[in-house]
Design a protein around this ligand. Sequence first.
Ligand code: UDX
Length: 434
Amino acid sequence: MRITMIGTGYVGLVSGVCLSDFGHDVICVDKAEEKIAKLERGEVPIYEPGLDAILERNVKAGRLQFTTDTAAAVRDADAVFIAVGTPSRRGDGHADLSYVMGAAEDIARSLSGYTVVVTKSTVPVGTNSKVAEVIRATNPQADFDVASNPEFLREGAAIDDFMKPDRVVIGVESERAKEIMGDIYRPLYLRDFPIVYTGLETAEMIKYAANAFLATKISFINEIAALCERVGANVKDVAKGMGLDGRIGNKFLHAGPGYGGSCFPKDTSALARIGQEHGCPMRITETVISVNDAVKRRMVDKVLDLCDGTFNGKTIAVLGVTFKPETDDMRDSPALTIVPALIGGGAKVRVVDPQGRREGEALLPGVSWADDPYEASEGAHALLILTEWNEFRALDLQRLSQAMSTPRMADLRNIYNRKDVLDAGFLAYEGVGR
Ligand code: UDX
């Protein structure tokens, strides 16, 4: 199949590269010339483990190209995917669809021959129908159908999630479109990965409902964690005991400093908006959002307690600022709330993050950057673990406690055991929910 991918961000680039690895001829399009130039040099502009090797292999095989020329890329395509950003409009939680509709117009002007226009970006329910209206209005002669194909890619595991998905969701309204989409995903179909065919609105809703439910699990366990601290229970064991129930499952029950990323915050607020607009408030999702905000504030209070009630004059080492490990993405990372609060309270903050510095430098003004946890901990009054990078999982706790002026640890990802940390010479240890 000839496939065009509009947008080379986290979703578009991973999807385009993986579709070329299925054997399809893929052209990835982006308006950002410097991004396309980098990609044509074989440089990957995002950190996604394994992506560079697959990209190189398919460029060499002549199945993967990059261009800024939408018209040329659309003309002969069997399917054109829209994978542009749908950021939250500041303040009102609305998903900003201007990039999606702009792409739809660009595509409409260049369509020739039957083409399926697939929206992969996460979009409010009803958007695929609006994309069809925009295309029809822009090019009344166009012979096309739209399809909804939401992504379920976790950053840091995106290749695996694309190649071995729990399911592929496809919203279509015609047999022709269903046939094209079936051909695109045949490599997965032949390996028995479930493909769910449904209507456009249902496919759009599946994406929001899935992400909002995962966020609900996280806010739920984070609330339970706060109560565990009060009653002397251990949230890790609570999560284990809960998760062994097959109806609950053990995933997404890790208590921490709150969820971040480019999806959960955006998708939960968009779903809440959609509910309000249709007079059907998503009260659980609204609560999930407010709980998540409260969790981040509770983490600051936890560190404040560890620092005897004031950050003034304190030096705090922060391990990890990306919203999760194995990514360089800082979008809505809890660090963007917690670190400024430490600085605002008078602390000096030293940050270590294997991939976070590239974006973090601009987003976290006022911090200094260290190359490793031991350097960051020199003379520090507290050590704060914010992101559970593997590099932070087997630190020499003795060396850390000797380097610090008052060795105290706030382990917000529950990586270590209190006993081990105190035995290594720390004066205090604070986990989450235990
Ligand atoms: C998520 C969804 O998992 C994915 O299916 C969707 O397509 C995009 O959004 P992603 O945002 O990349 O993926 O990361 P994910 O691994 O889901 O984690 C999201 C946030 O939740 C991170 O901040 C993570 O630290 C946090 N989290 C996750 C927890 O706090 N506890 C958990 O148990 C799991």
